[in-house]
Design a protein around this ligand. Structure first.
Ligand code: SF4
Length: 144
């Protein structure tokens, strides 16, 4: 695939800082939909020692004809355990792995600034280059 990056025109051309903060689980607590591919569902089911159909029945639902993770009544992710964090961290979906570098969050500087209201890791730690940011965003868009 021939990918044309537009980094030169983006606010993050010189890179941005981000580091997920230990003990923070805010992005797993906010209202939102965690989309799942079949591969991701398979991987999580295997990790939990469940048959795929049992995993789907217990932990997923269909939204707009697509598979998503269930949420708890308080809107937290079904796999977020207070005090323990993500129970499927090793096999969490690409959407979770690539947060906060989603296309919708890096479209404009204003979008990125608004993410700071959720994510305390934005502006801290490692500098991600424009290419790294776009590769991460692309991973989320093209997950299989
Ligand atoms: S909100 Fe940001 S810092 Fe907190 S867990 Fe999510 S990615 Fe990490």
């Amino acid at each position: 695939m021939n990918i044309k990056f537009k980094s030169g025109r983006k606010f993050y051309s010189a890179g941005v800082k981000f580091e997920c903060q230990k003990d923070c689980t805010k992005c797993c607590e906010i209202e939102g939909t965690v989309w799942l591919t079949e591969n991701e569902a398979n991987e999580i089911a295997n990790d939990l020692g469940l048959a795929l159909q049992d995993f789907k029945k217990k932990f997923t639902k269909i939204v707009e004809n697509k598979l998503t993770l269930l949420e708890k009544e308080n809107e937290h992710c079904i796999f977020l355990e207070q005090g323990e964090g993500c129970l499927i961290h090793e096999v969490k979906p690409m959407q979770c792995q690539t947060y906060p570098f989603w296309n919708v969050n890096i479209e404009t500087e204003k979008d990125w600034e608004e993410i700071k209201n959720i994510c305390v890791g934005v502006g801290l730690g490692k500098v991600y280059t424009a290419d790294e940011i776009e590769m991460i965003a692309l991973k989320n868009e093209t997950k299989k």
